[in-house]
Design a binder for this molecule. Structure first.
Ligand code: IMJ
Length: 279
């Protein structure tokens, strides 16, 4: 195994279990020699995260409700005491009320909006603010996004707004911190069957559609998201900042014309064949 991350130290916010994206990225970073601190939100997550963190030899496992600036401050204070310098942060936190992930978007409440945007988008700002003074030799901040922040995806609703705000936040932070050698990027993953997707109405359909329609005719694997996270967190992406990097088998790059053709009664395959005849 290469030691790409040898001597590198970072924090991962948002590991929930071994089948999640945050864990896939943390595992790659660990395999490549990084030292990682972990945070968890609440007692249930504590019991899930602790064995995972211990397996990776973590010296710091702390509670962190990202809606509390004080708890975020406490995490970085402790990180500084134990590790000294900071090289990377993985921000993999998102939350919306279950009832806001579906139904009529025009019924979205202010409380639900504040919760989803506070946890899923705003939190990147205080985390970056506290990370900055510890990133004395530059650093990389990586957050997780989803296509629903750029396009309408059924049921994604308030999380779409939160991811749009998050991706925009990435650009503003990247612009300010670039001169300090601190890069900020979003990794926009295709659908993965994780805890965050469990019980979401329409998820299974979307999963199948990606398989059928994406340029690569399949869904992404956790291993691939892990490798892309490693790339963004490491010096391999040293010239990349302010970016939303899609790891989705190319799904973001295509239109739905072929799928929509049926609705207007056009046979796209026949049309294509005729066009190819002309050539
Ligand atoms: C989530 C909702 C609707 C459609 C969705 C998703 N699709 C995908 C997701 C198509 C891929 C998963 N995703 C990208 C998320 O960002 C999920 C965030 C999330 C999930 C939950 C579930 C449980 C809960 N609150 C949540 N808040 C955010 O109570």
């Amino acid at each position: 195994m290469s030691q790409l991350m040898s001597g590198k130290k970072g924090i991962v916010f948002g590991v929930s279990n071994k089948r999640g994206i945050a864990h896939a990225i943390a595992e790659k970073l660990h395999e490549h020699g990084a030292e990682i601190a972990f945070t968890y939100a609440g007692e249930i997550m504590k019991d899930r995260v602790t064995p995972i963190a211990e397996e990776m030899g973590s010296k710091l496992i702390m509670p962190c409700d990202v809606t509390s600036d004080d708890e975020i401050k406490a995490v970085f204070k402790e990180f500084k005491r134990i590790y000294g310098r900071l090289d990377f942060v993985i921000h993999a936190v998102a939350f919306a009320n279950k009832e806001d992930l579906g139904g009529q978007f025009y019924n979205q409440t202010k409380e639900g909006w504040d919760l989803a945007l506070g946890v899923s988008a705003y939190s990147l700002i205080p985390i970056t603010r506290e990370a900055r003074p510890l990133m004395t030799e530059g650093g990389s901040i990586v957050t997780l996004s989803y296509l629903g922040g750029e396009r309408y995806v059924p049921n994604y609703n308030i999380m779409g707004v939160a991811k749009a705000a998050l991706e925009c936040t990435v650009r503003y932070l990247a612009a300010e911190l670039g001169r300090e050698g601190i890069r900020v990027n979003a990794l926009s993953a295709g659908p993965v069957k994780t805890l965050a997707a469990k019980g979401i109405s329409g998820f299974d359909i979307l999963y199948k559609i990606t398989e059928a329609r994406s340029p690569m005719k399949r869904n992404i694997t956790l291993d691939e998201v892990g490798n892309s996270g490693l790339y963004l967190a490491s010096h391999l992406s040293s010239g990349v900042t302010g970016e939303t990097h899609h790891v989705d088998c190319g799904y973001h790059a295509i239109s739905t014309v072929k799928a929509d053709a049926k609705i207007v009664g056009v046979d796209v395959e026949a049309d294509e064949a005729a066009a190819n005849q002309d050539i």
